[in-house]
Write a protein that binds this ligand. Structure first.
Ligand SMILES: [Fe+2]
Length: 374
């Protein structure tokens, strides 16, 4: 067999090409938007692409699956339950996809998203047992996928992870992410084993109620442009530019300077509505980063913009996206609303200002590839 992992530093995603060296049939799993690396490899190795599989409808990055399938004539495959607006081959739990001398065995492992599948790779010439599992955003290295990306379910995630943990210890785990916003505490390694995760993944030591509580009670902020990206991947919108691909240098200002600028700048608060309701700079406009690309028409264009979040990382990245989208005169407020409040500045609050769930402030900081506290 042939197996290659592709790591995308911009979005923390992992994608895979697996092929039979005997028949030269290949499958690509979770391709990135730039399909050139897969096309190049297929050509160099003289592989024929038979399947393009998205393990789920992604909400944090735009998939290249449709483009790759169209360019190669491969079958585009998703779980039968995927709610998308384009034709695909529906996959079912327990199904085997033959790939030359190999078998791709489909496991339905919902939780992060309802349609998420994991794929066991079996090479019968070596063993009747699977040697690898591609887990999408179910089991991650040191973590599991978040359930708040659209239709997810912490209890389903517990059941899916429990099912994966019944695999033998030696099975190598290759996830859909090695970093990025799809988890809360990924280790950073691009692969692991079932045995190691069973022993050392902190979430897998929890009983079901604690596991569900952990995934339900504190959720990180939804990632930048989630709404536009998920709609694009479902085929109901065409907004591939919603992915942040350029890392523009954005000036940062202190909260004192923001106070001095007054109404000369429009303050755009990119936190979740629950955070905004708890306290924000007076007069600020709330467009959560997850909805920014979908709501560009709501972003003022008549004045310079000061972007603000809780501690300064989300606003920086949102400003980079607005710069990519053609906005000028952008600054980001260093230290965010936390610094504004700490400086004793006035805040506005909604009357109902208690959030339903606490928002964790660890987030994916910028396209350069670090996870920082924000
Ligand atoms: Fe995902």
């Amino acid at each position: 067999m042939y197996f290659k992992q592709f790591l995308d530093e911009r979005c923390g995603c992992a994608s895979y090409l697996v092929a039979s060296r005997v028949t030269h049939e290949a499958a690509v799993i979770d391709p990135a938007l730039d399909i050139a690396p897969y096309a190049d490899l297929l050509r160099q190795r003289d592989f024929r692409l038979r399947y393009v599989i998205d393990t789920h409808v992604h909400a944090d990055h735009v998939s290249g699956a449709r483009a790759l399938a169209a360019a190669t004539g491969a079958e585009l495959c998703l779980h039968a339950g995927a709610n998308v607006a384009y034709p695909f081959r529906p996959l079912h739990d327990g199904e085997d996809l033959p790939l030359g001398t190999l078998r791709l065995h489909v496991l339905h492992t919902p939780g992060h998203r309802p349609e998420l599948i994991s794929i066991l790779i079996v090479n019968p010439e070596r063993s009747p047992e699977p040697s690898m599992v591609l887990t999408g955003d179910s089991l991650l290295v040191g973590d599991v996928g978040r359930p708040d990306f659209g239709g997810g379910d912490p209890a389903a995630q517990y059941d899916s992870i429990t099912r994966l943990l019944r695999l033998p210890d030696w099975v190598a785990v290759f996830p859909g992410h090695f970093e990025g916003p799809c988890g809360k505490g990924m280790c950073g390694r691009p692969s692991t084993t079932i045995g190691f995760e069973r022993l050392f993944n902190p979430l897998l030591r929890l009983e079901r109620p604690e596991f569900v509580a952990n995934l339900s009670e504190t959720v990180p902020a939804r990632p930048l442009n989630l709404t536009a990206i998920e709609s694009t991947n479902r085929g109901v919108a065409d907004l591939p530019w919603a992915m942040l691909t350029t890392t523009t240098s954005i000036p940062e200002i202190e909260v004192d300077e923001l106070a001095r600028l007054g109404p000369d700048v429009a303050v755009l608060d990119v936190r979740e509505p629950s955070e905004f309701a708890q306290g924000h700079v007076p007069g600020a406009l709330n467009v959560p980063q997850a909805d920014l690309a979908s709501r560009l028409a709501d972003v003022p264009r008549d004045r310079p913009l000061a972007l603000i979040c809780q501690a300064g990382a989300r606003s920086l990245r949102a400003a980079q996206f607005l710069a990519q989208a053609g906005f000028r005169d952008l600054v980001s407020v260093r230290g965010g609303t936390g610094a504004w409040i700490a400086a004793g500045r006035p805040v506005e609050r909604d009357a109902t200002g208690e959030p339903a769930v606490a928002v964790v402030e660890t987030e994916w900081a910028h396209a350069g590839g670090h996870t920082v506290s924000a």
